[in-house]
Design a protein around this ligand. Structure first.
Ligand code: ADP
Ligand code: MG
Length: 257
Protein backbone atom coordinates (compact mmCIF):
# COMPACT_ATOMS: atom_id res chain seq x y z
CA UNK A 1 0.00 0.00 0.00
CA UNK A 2 1.43 3.40 -0.96
CA UNK A 3 1.86 5.81 1.90
CA UNK A 4 3.19 9.33 1.69
CA UNK A 5 5.16 11.05 4.41
CA UNK A 6 2.12 13.19 5.26
CA UNK A 7 -0.04 10.17 6.14
CA UNK A 8 -0.44 9.66 9.88
CA UNK A 9 1.96 7.03 11.20
CA UNK A 10 -0.91 5.69 13.31
CA UNK A 11 -4.62 6.08 12.79
CA UNK A 12 -7.05 4.68 15.35
CA UNK A 13 -10.67 4.68 14.27
CA UNK A 14 -13.55 3.85 16.60
CA UNK A 15 -11.59 1.17 18.42
CA UNK A 16 -13.12 -1.05 21.04
CA UNK A 17 -11.26 -3.70 22.98
CA UNK A 18 -13.04 -6.15 25.22
CA UNK A 19 -11.51 -8.89 27.30
CA UNK A 20 -13.53 -11.94 28.30
CA UNK A 21 -12.54 -12.90 31.80
CA UNK A 22 -15.46 -14.34 33.73
CA UNK A 23 -17.50 -11.50 32.22
CA UNK A 24 -16.73 -8.75 29.73
CA UNK A 25 -14.16 -6.09 30.55
CA UNK A 26 -14.32 -3.11 28.18
CA UNK A 27 -10.76 -1.77 28.13
CA UNK A 28 -11.24 0.64 25.20
CA UNK A 29 -14.67 2.03 24.45
CA UNK A 30 -14.61 3.78 21.05
CA UNK A 31 -11.25 5.53 20.67
CA UNK A 32 -10.31 7.79 17.72
CA UNK A 33 -6.75 9.14 17.53
CA UNK A 34 -4.19 10.20 14.92
CA UNK A 35 -0.42 10.28 15.37
CA UNK A 36 1.57 12.25 12.82
CA UNK A 37 5.04 11.23 11.61
CA UNK A 38 7.67 12.67 13.95
CA UNK A 39 5.12 13.64 16.63
CA UNK A 40 5.58 13.12 20.37
CA UNK A 41 2.42 12.16 22.27
CA UNK A 42 1.84 11.03 25.83
CA UNK A 43 -1.26 9.00 26.67
CA UNK A 44 -1.99 9.75 30.31
CA UNK A 45 -4.53 8.24 32.65
CA UNK A 46 -4.92 6.37 35.94
CA UNK A 47 -4.16 2.69 36.34
CA UNK A 48 -6.74 0.55 34.53
CA UNK A 49 -7.78 3.29 32.10
CA UNK A 50 -6.73 1.28 29.03
CA UNK A 51 -3.31 2.80 28.27
CA UNK A 52 -1.39 -0.46 27.87
CA UNK A 53 -4.25 -1.96 25.89
CA UNK A 54 -4.04 0.97 23.48
CA UNK A 55 -0.26 0.70 23.19
CA UNK A 56 -0.43 -3.04 22.57
CA UNK A 57 -2.88 -2.47 19.71
CA UNK A 58 -0.71 0.24 18.16
CA UNK A 59 2.28 -2.06 18.62
CA UNK A 60 0.48 -4.87 16.76
CA UNK A 61 0.80 -7.13 19.81
CA UNK A 62 -2.97 -7.58 19.86
CA UNK A 63 -6.00 -6.94 17.64
CA UNK A 64 -9.05 -4.77 18.43
CA UNK A 65 -12.49 -6.25 19.09
CA UNK A 66 -13.81 -3.74 16.56
CA UNK A 67 -12.57 -0.67 14.73
CA UNK A 68 -9.38 -0.05 12.78
CA UNK A 69 -5.79 0.44 13.90
CA UNK A 70 -3.67 1.50 10.91
CA UNK A 71 0.08 1.53 11.57
CA UNK A 72 2.47 2.60 8.81
CA UNK A 73 -0.30 1.93 6.29
CA UNK A 74 -1.17 -1.56 7.57
CA UNK A 75 -4.44 -2.42 9.31
CA UNK A 76 -3.45 -4.36 12.44
CA UNK A 77 -6.98 -5.76 12.68
CA UNK A 78 -6.67 -7.71 9.43
CA UNK A 79 -3.01 -8.81 9.57
CA UNK A 80 -2.04 -12.39 10.32
CA UNK A 81 0.15 -13.09 13.34
CA UNK A 82 3.21 -13.43 11.07
CA UNK A 83 2.48 -10.14 9.34
CA UNK A 84 2.06 -8.42 12.70
CA UNK A 85 5.43 -9.81 13.82
CA UNK A 86 7.06 -8.40 10.67
CA UNK A 87 5.42 -5.01 11.27
CA UNK A 88 6.72 -5.00 14.86
CA UNK A 89 10.18 -6.02 13.77
CA UNK A 90 10.63 -3.39 11.10
CA UNK A 91 8.47 -0.34 11.83
CA UNK A 92 8.03 -0.21 15.61
CA UNK A 93 10.42 0.02 18.58
CA UNK A 94 9.19 -0.97 22.05
CA UNK A 95 10.25 0.18 25.50
CA UNK A 96 8.51 -1.48 28.45
CA UNK A 97 8.38 -0.67 32.16
CA UNK A 98 10.00 -4.04 32.91
CA UNK A 99 12.65 -3.63 30.16
CA UNK A 100 11.84 -7.06 28.58
CA UNK A 101 15.43 -7.85 27.61
CA UNK A 102 16.44 -11.39 26.71
CA UNK A 103 18.17 -12.56 29.91
CA UNK A 104 20.71 -14.84 28.24
CA UNK A 105 21.77 -12.32 25.61
CA UNK A 106 24.38 -9.61 26.19
CA UNK A 107 23.62 -5.92 25.79
CA UNK A 108 24.98 -5.93 22.24
CA UNK A 109 23.06 -9.09 21.32
CA UNK A 110 19.81 -7.64 22.71
CA UNK A 111 20.23 -4.45 20.70
CA UNK A 112 21.11 -6.39 17.53
CA UNK A 113 18.05 -8.63 17.83
CA UNK A 114 15.59 -6.48 15.83
CA UNK A 115 18.19 -6.31 13.05
CA UNK A 116 17.53 -9.98 12.29
CA UNK A 117 14.84 -8.57 10.00
CA UNK A 118 17.47 -6.61 8.08
CA UNK A 119 19.58 -8.70 5.75
CA UNK A 120 22.81 -7.60 7.34
CA UNK A 121 25.98 -9.51 8.14
CA UNK A 122 26.65 -10.43 11.73
CA UNK A 123 29.52 -7.94 11.98
CA UNK A 124 27.44 -5.10 10.56
CA UNK A 125 24.69 -5.84 13.09
CA UNK A 126 27.23 -5.84 15.91
CA UNK A 127 28.72 -2.56 14.73
CA UNK A 128 25.29 -0.92 14.63
CA UNK A 129 24.43 -2.26 18.11
CA UNK A 130 27.73 -1.01 19.55
CA UNK A 131 27.17 2.43 18.08
CA UNK A 132 23.63 2.62 19.55
CA UNK A 133 24.84 1.47 22.98
CA UNK A 134 27.56 4.10 22.85
CA UNK A 135 24.92 6.73 22.03
CA UNK A 136 22.96 5.85 25.20
CA UNK A 137 26.11 5.99 27.33
CA UNK A 138 26.83 2.26 27.52
CA UNK A 139 29.99 2.15 25.45
CA UNK A 140 31.65 0.18 28.24
CA UNK A 141 28.92 -2.42 28.78
CA UNK A 142 28.64 -4.21 25.42
CA UNK A 143 29.09 -7.75 26.69
CA UNK A 144 27.24 -7.52 29.98
CA UNK A 145 24.13 -9.61 30.56
CA UNK A 146 20.97 -7.80 31.74
CA UNK A 147 21.44 -9.18 35.29
CA UNK A 148 24.89 -7.53 35.35
CA UNK A 149 23.37 -4.10 34.67
CA UNK A 150 21.45 -1.64 36.86
CA UNK A 151 17.78 -0.93 36.15
CA UNK A 152 18.62 2.35 34.46
CA UNK A 153 21.30 0.68 32.33
CA UNK A 154 18.83 -2.06 31.33
CA UNK A 155 16.33 0.56 30.26
CA UNK A 156 19.03 2.27 28.19
CA UNK A 157 19.76 -1.07 26.49
CA UNK A 158 16.02 -1.34 25.79
CA UNK A 159 16.03 2.16 24.27
CA UNK A 160 19.01 1.29 22.06
CA UNK A 161 17.17 -1.88 21.01
CA UNK A 162 14.01 0.10 20.22
CA UNK A 163 16.05 2.42 17.98
CA UNK A 164 18.09 -0.26 16.24
CA UNK A 165 15.91 -0.78 13.18
CA UNK A 166 15.31 3.00 12.99
CA UNK A 167 11.53 2.51 13.23
CA UNK A 168 9.19 5.38 12.43
CA UNK A 169 7.37 4.75 15.69
CA UNK A 170 8.73 4.29 19.23
CA UNK A 171 6.28 3.00 21.84
CA UNK A 172 7.10 3.38 25.52
CA UNK A 173 4.88 1.92 28.27
CA UNK A 174 5.66 3.59 31.63
CA UNK A 175 9.39 3.59 30.72
CA UNK A 176 10.43 5.30 33.95
CA UNK A 177 8.25 3.14 36.22
CA UNK A 178 11.08 0.96 37.53
CA UNK A 179 13.97 3.43 37.75
CA UNK A 180 14.91 6.23 40.15
CA UNK A 181 14.03 9.85 39.43
CA UNK A 182 17.45 10.84 38.08
CA UNK A 183 17.60 7.86 35.73
CA UNK A 184 14.02 8.63 34.71
CA UNK A 185 15.13 12.10 33.65
CA UNK A 186 17.93 10.58 31.55
CA UNK A 187 15.51 8.16 29.91
CA UNK A 188 13.11 10.98 29.08
CA UNK A 189 15.93 12.95 27.46
CA UNK A 190 16.91 9.91 25.35
CA UNK A 191 13.29 9.71 24.17
CA UNK A 192 13.38 13.41 23.33
CA UNK A 193 16.61 12.87 21.37
CA UNK A 194 14.95 10.05 19.42
CA UNK A 195 12.01 12.32 18.65
CA UNK A 196 14.34 15.14 17.61
CA UNK A 197 15.87 12.73 15.09
CA UNK A 198 12.44 12.22 13.54
CA UNK A 199 11.04 9.11 15.21
CA UNK A 200 7.40 9.48 16.30
CA UNK A 201 7.14 8.69 20.02
CA UNK A 202 4.04 7.42 21.80
CA UNK A 203 4.53 7.32 25.54
CA UNK A 204 2.10 5.92 28.09
CA UNK A 205 2.21 7.10 31.70
CA UNK A 206 0.04 7.74 34.75
CA UNK A 207 2.30 10.64 35.81
CA UNK A 208 1.66 14.17 34.59
CA UNK A 209 5.31 15.12 35.24
CA UNK A 210 6.40 12.47 32.72
CA UNK A 211 3.61 13.20 30.22
CA UNK A 212 4.70 16.83 30.06
CA UNK A 213 7.89 15.80 28.24
CA UNK A 214 5.70 15.16 25.18
CA UNK A 215 4.28 17.79 22.83
CA UNK A 216 0.70 16.55 23.20
CA UNK A 217 -1.12 14.82 26.05
CA UNK A 218 -4.10 12.55 25.39
CA UNK A 219 -6.07 12.10 28.61
CA UNK A 220 -7.81 8.74 28.92
CA UNK A 221 -10.17 7.39 31.55
CA UNK A 222 -12.22 4.20 31.56
CA UNK A 223 -11.24 3.41 27.98
CA UNK A 224 -12.38 6.76 26.60
CA UNK A 225 -10.38 9.80 25.42
CA UNK A 226 -11.44 12.62 27.75
CA UNK A 227 -9.43 15.40 26.13
CA UNK A 228 -6.28 16.34 24.27
CA UNK A 229 -3.88 19.12 25.31
CA UNK A 230 -0.86 20.67 23.63
CA UNK A 231 2.17 21.07 25.91
CA UNK A 232 3.92 24.46 25.94
CA UNK A 233 7.68 24.00 26.21
CA UNK A 234 8.58 27.50 27.36
CA UNK A 235 12.37 27.10 27.34
CA UNK A 236 14.00 24.95 24.62
CA UNK A 237 14.93 22.46 27.34
CA UNK A 238 15.63 22.84 31.03
CA UNK A 239 18.81 20.82 30.40
CA UNK A 240 20.45 23.65 28.47
CA UNK A 241 21.59 25.51 31.55
CA UNK A 242 25.20 25.61 30.35
CA UNK A 243 24.46 26.67 26.81
CA UNK A 244 24.64 30.43 27.43
CA UNK A 245 25.47 32.39 24.32
CA UNK A 246 26.66 29.43 22.29
CA UNK A 247 23.65 29.55 20.01
CA UNK A 248 23.78 25.76 20.08
CA UNK A 249 20.12 25.01 20.40
CA UNK A 250 20.33 21.29 19.99
CA UNK A 251 23.61 19.76 21.08
CA UNK A 252 22.80 19.48 24.77
CA UNK A 253 22.95 15.69 24.62
CA UNK A 254 26.70 15.27 24.75
CA UNK A 255 27.16 17.44 27.81
CA UNK A 256 24.83 15.25 29.79
CA UNK A 257 26.85 12.08 29.28
P1 ADP B 1 -3.58 0.70 32.12
O1 ADP B 1 -2.40 0.34 31.30
O2 ADP B 1 -4.12 2.06 31.87
O3 ADP B 1 -3.32 0.50 33.59
P2 ADP B 1 -4.81 -1.64 30.91
O4 ADP B 1 -4.90 -1.33 29.48
O5 ADP B 1 -3.72 -2.55 31.35
O6 ADP B 1 -4.79 -0.28 31.75
O7 ADP B 1 -6.18 -2.28 31.39
C1 ADP B 1 -7.46 -1.73 31.08
C2 ADP B 1 -8.54 -2.63 31.64
O8 ADP B 1 -8.54 -3.87 30.95
C3 ADP B 1 -8.34 -2.96 33.11
O9 ADP B 1 -9.63 -3.02 33.69
C4 ADP B 1 -7.70 -4.31 33.08
O10 ADP B 1 -8.00 -5.04 34.24
C5 ADP B 1 -8.29 -4.94 31.85
N1 ADP B 1 -7.38 -5.88 31.19
C6 ADP B 1 -6.17 -5.58 30.64
N2 ADP B 1 -5.60 -6.66 30.08
C7 ADP B 1 -6.47 -7.70 30.28
C8 ADP B 1 -6.46 -9.09 29.93
N3 ADP B 1 -5.44 -9.63 29.25
N4 ADP B 1 -7.53 -9.83 30.30
C9 ADP B 1 -8.57 -9.28 30.95
N5 ADP B 1 -8.65 -7.98 31.32
C10 ADP B 1 -7.61 -7.18 30.99
MG1 MG C 1 -0.46 -0.22 31.85
Amino acid sequence: MATSSSDPVVSIDNVRKEYQLGGTVTALDGVDLLFEPGSYTAVMGPSGSGKSTLLNLVGALDTPTSGDVIVAGENVATLSETERAALRGTRIGFIFQTFNLMPRLTAVENVALPLMFAEWTRSRRRERAESLLTDVGLGNRFDHLPKELSGGQRQRVAIARALSSDPELILADEPTGNVDTETGTEIMSLLRDANDRGNAVLLVTHERRIAEHADRIVNVRDGVVEGIEQVEHTTPAETEVGAVGTGAGQGATEERR
